[in-house]
Design a protein around this ligand. Structure first.
Ligand code: FAD
Length: 407
């Protein structure tokens, strides 16, 4: 038997499910294929199991604020046609309770499973046919006007007028991430932007890291920055010490901007006038400097920090003004060069991907390959931590579905 569809969507994750539902509801005959046993595994594990499904602070007129890539402006069209408010309305329509946690981040009250159930219900509404698990072994162009594409799959041959690639990025290979989308792009002569892990913990090693290795588990709010003056990027978020290095929202966010071999600068001093505070302590206190410092930063950090210099391992009243000033200065500008990152095993996203210059920002269709579309994380658009990546998945899927139905 040979099956024909208006659209075949490969990848039943966030973008694929959403695109399939909208295209189906607009009357198209849609097949959704995924090689994994279970649907939308990444949604299931996202946001600590509660799925941070969008962000209220997203500024659709200025996407470069919250998205990384060669050309963040590319996502403006799709994001402004399907906004966080649109997705929130859908979540409300399905009666899924949600709450804002931090900086506009919206989470499901109960479980990410509720969002998966919502997406599956929307697909059922659109009479989407889903084959899973099903492997796609080849995608090829035909000369036929109706069936422009022919696919070989583990469940037989299929053809379609349009093919949508929604296979996501490379992070968390153990739940089904593959480079399928990038391989299809290359097969059809579309340029790729180099891939690397984003929103990822960073690793440090060597003697310089030794004093901090004992701080695993410690968290504190910091300002973290990277880049030269002109293109400096900074975040104020929590930092977490781990066994192998640094993590927490501060480090995940900055990792998407960090260039290998360059330093990070971390301001560990919660109070701006730390220098003055230490000088004031010198007059009234005989405690160890580390004990005075512990009024401003966690005491384990204060202890480890003061071990860096003999000048800092004495009672504060015996310290020189210069030593105290230096301590405050260093604490507010801790410069360190990461050895690397924890890689795709731990990364939340993949930076880079299909070059946006090869795609239409209206429809996500490849300019040189009529009927071939790329949506979601496989495209060179990466959001900040905080629901931005899912909003890009929903919005790019929606733009694509609109275009599929308009033909
Ligand atoms: P995916 O959702 O990854 O879906 C891709 C699908 O394609 C998968 O089902 C996969 O099985 C399938 N596939 C892959 N290769 C093939 C192949 N060869 N053949 C057939 N099918 C294939 N973002 C947020 O906005 N908020 C969060 O709270 C959040 N938390 C996260 C937590 C973790 C631990 C991780 C790893 C990511 C998180 N993200 C979060 C990022 C977000 O999950 C992704 O950006 C988003 O899922 C991308 O959607 P997508 O549809 O493009 O890809």
């Amino acid at each position: 038997t040979f099956h024909h569809f208006d659209a075949i969507i490969i990848g039943a994750g966030a973008a694929g499910l959403f695109c399939a539902a909208h295209a189906g509801q607009r009357g198209l005959r849609v097949l959704l294929i995924d090689h994994a046993e279970k649907v939308a595994e990444k949604i299931r594990i996202s946001g600590g199991g509660r799925c941070n499904f969008t962000n209220r602070d997203l500024d659709v007129r200025a996407p470069h604020k919250h998205f990384v890539g060669q050309n963040p402006q590319f996502c403006r069209s799709a994001l402004s046609r399907y906004t966080p408010a649109d997705f929130i309305a859908l979540v409300d329509k399905h009666g899924i309770g949600h709450h804002e946690k931090h900086k506009g981040q919206l989470f499901a009250d109960r479980s990410a499973e509720d969002l998966i159930a919502m997406l599956l219900a929307e697909c059922a509404d659109g009479k989407v046919e889903r084959w899973q698990p099903c492997a796609v072994t080849s995608v090829s162009r035909t000369d036929d006007d109706v069936a422009r594409y022919a696919l070989e799959t583990s469940r037989g041959a299929v053809s379609a007028h349009n093919v949508v690639i929604a296979t996501g990025g490379l992070s968390i290979p153990k739940i089904g991430a593959t480079d399928f989308g990038y391989r299809i792009a290359t097969q059809f002569d579309l340029p790729l932007i180099e891939r690397r892990p984003g929103l990822v913990p960073m690793t440090f090693d060597g003697a310089a890291w030794e004093p901090y290795a004992q701080l695993a588990g410690l968290a504190l709010p910091v300002e973290i920055s990277t880049g030269s003056k002109k293109e400096r990027m900074a975040f104020v978020e929590d930092l977490l010490f781990t066994h192998r290095g640094l993590s927490g929202p501060a480090v995940l966010q900055i990792s998407s901007y960090w260039q290998p071999g360059t330093p990070l600068a971390i301001n560990l001093a919660a109070t701006e006038n730390m220098g003055e505070q230490l000088l004031a302590a010198k007059v009234r206190s005989r405690k160890l400097i580390a004990n005075e410092l512990a009024a401003h930063v966690p005491s384990r950090l204060a202890d480890a920090w003061c071990q860096q210099s003999a000048d800092w391992q004495r009672p504060v009243n015996e310290a020189s003004d210069k030593a105290l000033a230096k301590l405050a200065e260093k604490l507010s500008r801790w410069e360190l060069i990461p050895t690397g990152t924890e890689g795709y095993k731990k990364a939340e996203v993949t930076l880079g991907g299909v070059d946006t210059r090869a795609l239409s920002q209206q429809s996500m269709e490849a300019r040189t390959q009529p009927g071939l579309f790329f949506i979601g994380e496989v495209v060179d658009i990466t959001g900040w931590l905080g629901g931005y990546n899912f909003q890009w998945a929903w919005a790019s899927a929606h733009a694509c579905a609109q275009s599929l139905a308009a033909e």
